[in-house]
Design a protein around this ligand. Sequence first.
Ligand code: CUA
Length: 647
Amino acid sequence: MIRTTKFAMGLAAGVVTLLVAGCGGGTPIGGNGDAASAVYVAPGDYDEFYFFTSGGFSGHLGVYGLPSGRLLKQVPIFSQWAENGWGYSEETKAMLETSYGFVPWGDSHHPQLSQTDGVIDGRWLFINENNTPRIARIDLTTFETVEIIEIPHSAGNHASPFVTQNTEYTVAATRFSVPTPQADVPIDSYKENFSGMLSFVKVADNGRMSIAFQILVPGYNYDLSHSGKGPSHGWSFFTSYNTEQANTLLEVNASQNDKDYIAAVNWMRAEECVANGQGEQWTSNYVHNYFNDQHIAVSDMENGTTVITPATCSDMVYYLPTPKSPHGVNVDPSGLLIVAGGKLAAVVTVHSFTKMIEAIENEDFIGEVEGIPILRYESILAGEVENPGLGPLHTEFDGRGYAYTSAFISSEIVKWSLETFEVVDRIPAYYSIGHLSIPGGDTREPWGKWVIALNKTTKDRYLPTGPELTHSAQLIDISGDKMRLLLEFPTVGEPHYAQALPASLIKDKQVRIYPLDENHHPRATKTEADARVEREGRNVRVYMTAIRTHFMPDNIEGVQVGDSVFFHVTNLEQDWDVPHGFAITGANTSELLLMPGETRTMVWLPTRIGVYPFYCTDFCSALHQEMQGYVRVSPRGSSVPISFNTP
Ligand code: CUA
């Protein structure tokens, strides 16, 4: 990990000045008197943009409004979420299944909105899980995770889930190379036995994901990705570091080479090779989770993927030499410039797609690794941005001819011209900026109003909260010549990356209720007259309804110690934003939160005799406090029969 101290302090004195400015103990930086009005959204008014941030190690997604920075929702994805029973209720547990079994935690990194013709279309949001490699899809009409697919033969799914121009694919690459397929080998046999994998996950017209093919590549660390657009549509680019292939103390050992590589992948060529049968069928067990038409998550164990290698499929992968341990790779709106953030490099490298194609045609190679030709740096270079800040990481674009690069070590955003590659403006960020985001800033048509800095730590910027301080985002106006800081707001989890879209794109498509007559849950109870309790051996099934302001039934007897009680609760409401909750004493799980028209199930294992209350956990009306009931629990073998009240 890069720390300011050793690295930056050894550099020019000007840097130190910048650092001081960047963590100024509450000093407003770049502020302006009318900044407040630029972000003020009056009570009752809507924000202009939705802003989606990764929840990092929370495993979730944050949804904010811009320009206000108001938190609207957290969407649970890779981690259990007690607030609404995600990963706890019987209908959602399967979403967290993997080939390793039930994994209740994940590390979400990069939200990526679906695109059509290189423009954000508002259908879905994809997000990767870094730790146990997975990609999730969130439906932007319900703000619910509807599908999670595991990526086999991968480890550390960081270069993911960046989409191609028409969302043909979402990608996934190995951050930590491993023996592929997995094998019991000495760790120091890394160079002989470890590989990386670049996976292309097909996205069907209805959003459904499937692993189309995987490309076996040398054992480097594949870090980030973006796909081509316009003229470069059909290509995807992946940064790599650790071309040294070190397997210990990477901070030094993976920082030796002057240049690492960007892997340029011609995925249309890969499709040809797969169609020609040049792929190999590998045994690959991975789990694919999705909601079925009953709105119940199911888990399929999938077997087998098609693996192709650059050696058997020529003209598919090329290496672009890139200084130095490149992190981000970004393609400008024209699709012709490929910008690399070499985090230890003194310049920002900009490759030319046109020159890359020429160099490939001229076979202007300086070598080859495992069937991958290495192009000549000088032949593919469009330009180098001088003085781009220290530790350049990521670049986004405003659609008006400028690029914005985040510099981690010097804690700033640097604006430069895509024509002259000259820096034209810079603004300090807080210690320390990671990603940055312009709405649509990695697409063909950015909405270049603002750039949002996503900061790792924000010493002195907020009220202290013990050893851990909040993460934060900074909203910066980029509509004029000079960048202007407007707002800072705390973010939940770690906001690795974020994307935004105009609210008008999805606001009117929001699902308000689940229609009861379309509720196909096999244990749904659609009228109070159908509410009932049934014993099936040691399982007791409670078919329960919830409506303002009672449960039916709300008096249940005949349950015994040692039973498993299944509360199948259906919310009969058909009005927007009238959820009910359900909780019962001693349940070893979270509450249920039921959207209108929805059925969800909690399993309760009574261990003691007595009478136990249950109640609605979501404040639903003036008589919410009356929304309660009782279950009587008798000893095992008791003669108390199952009974319940009826309407
Ligand atoms: Cu139903 Cu509170």
